[in-house]
Design a protein around this ligand. Structure first.
Ligand code: ZN
Length: 123
């Protein structure tokens, strides 16, 4: 059985919905949603609205804490390899590595394709 957790949205309790309305007749409150899982913000928010409410308040602090980009990142031939799969004329799955900068293609085995540690990219 999974543990219930609360939506982290800062205004979740202010959105009036039947499922948030709790309590008996004379002590009803509209509460923050509580579920075993959520679909938004890595499982922390019940909706995109709640995700955005949190981001509006905390995103600057979070970026400053974890490191704000001050220069562009570059995708180069050295780190542009992505794994792809396709089907050949015999309808067999073929695995390839494609370089998004040079468009070079190299064959991959299924084991290499499924190995999350296997990469041609420089780290
Ligand atoms: Zn919410």
């Amino acid at each position: 059985m999974s543990e219930l957790k609360y939506c982290q949205g800062t205004r979740c309790h202010t959105y009036l919905t039947k499922d948030r309305l709790r309590g008996s007749k004379d002590s009803k409150t509209n509460q923050t949603r509580r579920r075993s899982s959520f679909y938004y913000g890595n499982g922390n928010f019940c909706s995109l609205n709640c995700t955005n409410d949190w981001l509006d308040i905390y995103v600057d602090r979070a970026i400053n804490h974890f490191g704000r980009l001050t220069q562009p990142k570059h995708l180069t031939a050295e780190n542009a390899w992505v794994k792809r799969y396709d089907w050949n004329s015999n309808r067999e799955t073929v695995y390839i590595y494609v370089n998004q900068i040079t468009d070079e293609r190299r064959p991959l085995t299924e084991e290499q394709f499924n190995d999350n540690n296997y990469t041609l990219n420089e780290r």
